[in-house]
Design a protein around this ligand. Structure first.
Ligand code: MEV
Length: 437
């Protein structure tokens, strides 16, 4: 591409595709076809998807799978998961089955408070900001009453505001820290609208206030926080050591000992903690995406929580006490089951229906369970057979696709490799052998 493209967003979808194919692929019709074969023939559905984003040229599919047999708080749940990585859904299902006979998963919602901040700069004396806040507080609260009304009817709304002096970390920095309960909505729009109104009122009241000696406070920005250490669900599994049985040839006692050491390592060693938590997010993100929630917000919030004491650590904890093995985690999950994509995307709606139309709190529980299950499954393999044995077997299908095996060859090669760890070179050799025969 030699020159910037002007007015790209105004082009029709077909024009955008043609521009792309001409500019980057020399008009290649195969590339054109790759793009258009993913268009949905149902124009209404296609229009819906095009409307979710901007400059769309096609659709990007993710597999949507099911992990059944989760016993969560004594109720059987089938978890919908949207994820592209092989083994993840199988691992979740395996963990579900393992804990099904051992009491299942237990969850507790610890709190559901979210927050947002109006970030302010003022270089005058601290006492002046305190006096201004006392002067403005009632009007600040009054000014958001109409925005708050419908959320209040649902039992939520703005909970509190306070002025926070942050001048110890940044000269002249204050914030209006607001806390919210948003019930079944993720609440981003509600929180941001409320914060922007608070900021407007703050500016107006600052004009009236006579006590500033150095200009007026300046609002820098108003935005919700995706850090939600007060919107947390606890999830756990627990059973007697002898109920663990023999796991991949390892005794229950040895398994529990190695498992808890593996978690301890991820608690103290960031190199391991990141991969450990990545495995947890395999499960969490899959549910978050399937249900139309914002996985970037969840990712950012969860990782910040994992580093809340200044070091990045494991999100899960494991222990053996009085011959009882317990594995648990607290996850900060600000999720919604109404509003946003949850009610727009037909597959998010379906995912929520599969979960029997959960409240946001129930979705927090299910998502947390999937995260803990995923970590259990990963450590279950890591401390016994190693990850590759199961992983590569699941990956075999993708590998066979990549080396260009046809359906008959796939069947034969799957059989030939059922007890082996497949490698690309081994598979290619076997495929060549097959073809020679
Ligand atoms: C792979 O997606 C996730 C794992 O690496 C997680 C872990 O190491 O705990 C298997």
């Amino acid at each position: 591409m030699d020159a910037p493209v002007i007015g790209f967003s105004k082009l029709s979808k077909t024009e955008k595709v043609n521009w792309l194919v001409d500019t980057y692929f020399d008009g290649n019709t195969v590339v054109h076809n790759t793009i258009t074969r993913y268009w949905n023939q149902d124009q209404k559905l296609q229009d819906l998807h095009d409307g979710f984003s901007e400059n769309t040229i096609t659709n990007y599919y993710f597999p949507f799978g099911l992990a059944p047999n989760f016993l969560i708080d004594d109720k059987l749940v089938t978890i919908p998961m949207a994820i592209e990585e092989s083994s993840v859904v199988a691992a979740a299902s395996k963990a579900a089955k393992f804990w099904l006979d051992r009491g299942g998963f237990k969850t507790t919602i610890k709190s559901t408070i979210k927050s947002g901040q109006v970030h302010i700069m003022y270089s005058g004396l601290h006492g002046e900001m305190d006096a201004f806040y006392a002067f403005a507080k009632a009007d600040l609260l009054q000014s958001i009453e109409s925005i708050n009304a419908s959320m209040k009817k649902r039992g939520g709304g703005l909970l509190d505001i306070k002025l926070v002096n942050k001048t110890d970390v940044l000269s002249g920095y204050y914030q209006l820290h607001a806390t919210f309960e948003t019930k079944d909505a993720m609440g981003a729009n509600f929180i941001n609208t409320t914060l922007e109104q608070l900021a407007n009122t703050l500016r107006e009241k600052a004009k009236e206030f006579q006590g500033f000696s150095l200009g007026k406070p300046e609002v820098i920005m108003s935005i919700l926080s995706n850090y939600v250490p007060e919107c947390v669900v606890n999830v756990s599994v627990s059973c007697k050591i002898d109920e663990l049985g023999t796991i991949n040839g390892v005794s229950g006692a040895d398994f529990a000992r190695k498992f808890t050491r593996a978690v301890d390592i991820a608690t103290v060693e960031p190199y391991r903690a990141v991969t450990h938590n990545k495995g947890i997010m395999n499960g969490i993100d899959a549910v978050v995406i399937a249900t139309g929630n914002d996985f970037r917000a969840i990712e950012a919030g969860v990782h910040a929580y994992a580093a809340r004491d200044g070091q990045y650590r494991s999100l899960t904890r494991a222990r053996v006490e009085n011959d009882v093995f317990t594995f648990e985690a607290d996850f900060p999950l600000a999720l919604g089951t109404v509003g946003g994509l949850t009610s727009l995307h037909p597959l998010s709606k379906l995912a929520l229906q599969i979960l029997e139309n959960p409240s946001a709190q129930d979705l927090m529980r299910v998502t947390a369970v999937c995260g803990l299950a995923q970590n259990f499954a990963a450590l279950h393999s890591l401390v016994t057979t190693g990850i590759q044995a199961g992983h590569m077997k699941m990956h075999l299908v993708n590998m066979l696709e990549q080396i260009g095996a046809n359906d008959d060859e796939k069947l034969l090669l799957k059989k030939a490799f059922q007890d082996k760890t497949p490698s690309f070179s081994g598979l290619r050799e076997s495929l060549a052998d097959l073809r020679r025969k």
